[in-house]
Write a protein that binds this ligand. Structure first.
Ligand code: UGY
Ligand code: MN
Length: 250
């Protein structure tokens, strides 16, 4: 605790940087032996929710709201995902799952487990049926050079198909590697630093960032990153895709 009330956390109209020293835990409706830090939510202007859930050994998740899809990534510990009360999958650190809206499921802690969770209301598309669940290991997902840069590599955890209205990716940068351009785009992001350090540009401000930091970037928030230090910097991030508000069909 800083005696002078200093923090790197910063909230603006088009972005938020939320550092671990400012986290406040709260119970989550329907969850047992679990707590959450809700980092990003519609209360701040976002169109999705990002939270860290901590489930104790023997604890379990509740359901997302009606019509809400859930993606989670196991940041530490291990858990069991049970779908429709029958189909069980053990997930360890680095594993992830996507549950389409209204698919009955429970996540139970096999030990104390921390999850990075993104939830978003599903925007149906008249031409496509909703996506199927996805369960995977991030270590099995190939990493591709981002815009040709071998030192800035992207893993795409969910299929990029029109059924999906959200994407979750893991970006890994070697020290000194950067996002190749300042990005300004309609998609919004929720992000958690999983490892390493760097400097994030958000709008006109530059912030040192490190493991555990969370960032929200609103639509059109200018953004850029450089990795610093002696080890790679990695972040997991969410973005909304495939739904144009003016499209006739959706
Ligand atoms: O997918 C993206 O828009 C990504 N390149 N943005 C980011 O890392 N801030
Ligand atoms: Mn971006």
């Amino acid at each position: 605790m800083d005696v002078f009330g200093f923090t790197r956390s910063k909230l603006a109209s088009d972005y938020a940087l939320i550092t671990a020293d400012t986290h406040v835990h709260s119970p989550l409706f329907g969850w047992e032996k679990a707590s959450a830090v809700i980092h990003v939510s519609p209360e701040m202007g976002a169109r999705f929710t990002q939270y860290t859930a901590t489930i104790e050994a023997g604890g379990r998740s509740g359901s997302p709201g009606v019509g809400v899809q859930r993606f989670f990534y196991v940041r530490s510990g291990s858990c069991t995902l049970t779908i429709d009360d029958s189909n069980s999958h053990r997930l360890e650190t680095g594993d992830y799952a996507f549950l389409p809206a209204d698919l009955q499921h429970t996540i139970s802690g096999d030990e104390e487990t921390k999850l990075v969770v993104f939830e978003k209301e599903y925007n149906e598309h008249l031409e496509y049926s909703p996506p199927e669940p996805v369960i995977g290991k991030s270590s099995d997902v190939p990493s591709e050079p981002f815009m040709g840069d071998e030192d800035a590599r992207l893993q795409t955890l969910l299929p990029i198909q029109p059924e999906f209205d959200m994407a979750v990716n893991i970006f890994t940068y070697q020290p000194g590697a950067t996002l190749p351009q300042v990005e300004i785009h309609t998609m919004e992001h929720g992000l958690m630093m999983l490892a390493g350090k760097g400097v994030y540009r958000l709008s006109d401000d530059y912030f040192p960032v490190t493991e555990g930091d969370v960032i929200w970037m609103a639509s059109y928030c200018p953004q850029w990153f450089v990795a610093m230090g002696k080890t790679p910097a990695t972040y997991i991030y969410y973005k909304d895709i495939h739904r144009d508000r003016l499209s006739e069909k959706f």
